[in-house]
Design a protein around this ligand. Sequence first.
Ligand code: TMP
Length: 204
Amino acid sequence: MANKGLFITFEGVDGCGKTTQLKLLSEYLKNHGYEIVITREPGAKGLGEKIREILLHYDGEVSSRAESFLFLADRAQHIDKIVNPAVESGKIVLCDRHTDSTIAYQGYGRGVDIEQLSVLNLLATDGKKPDLTFVFDIDVETSMSRVGAEMDRMESSGIEFFNKVRNGYLDIAKNEPERVKVINANRTVTDISKEVVSIISEII
Ligand code: TMP
């Protein structure tokens, strides 16, 4: 059994299936005796939930830089109050979205300066990086059809936006192949889950 904490993040465009995979991995790890914390950005709890509400449901104008800072504020709170304490106490933290979402969505998607966002990400995380990141890669037509007609503020950003986000994730993975594993998400839930488990098995 692991006594070393781990921080694992799940990334991809909306509708890519990452949340399902996170839950399946959590079950697998619990069945193997590991202590798991499931969390998410934006909006794990408390202050984060308030920020999530604004980010996903505020119906007035939001500038791309303001949007970035809201995600970053949520992240700083989340790392300090939830992620770091859990990892330090030896737990495996499975986190639905983190720093790569900001680079992919606000950077590649909205066009905010990527280098500046990377520096701000470092400030928000106090320099902490995930031990491992899964990017669930899927074609945007399929992922959008899963999201359906009831879309939140971010999901309403359009196909062109999501294609930029997808390419952003693939660039991130190219730049950090050790940390970021791209999983082909155009497959069955079971096939995807098997690949996730085989990657995890190499590090625990
Ligand atoms: P979720 O629906 O996967 O919980 O994510 C909420 C939305 O927020 C999703 O559309 C992705 C977006 N997002 C960003 O644009 N930037 C970020 O830094 C994060 C964490 C999420």
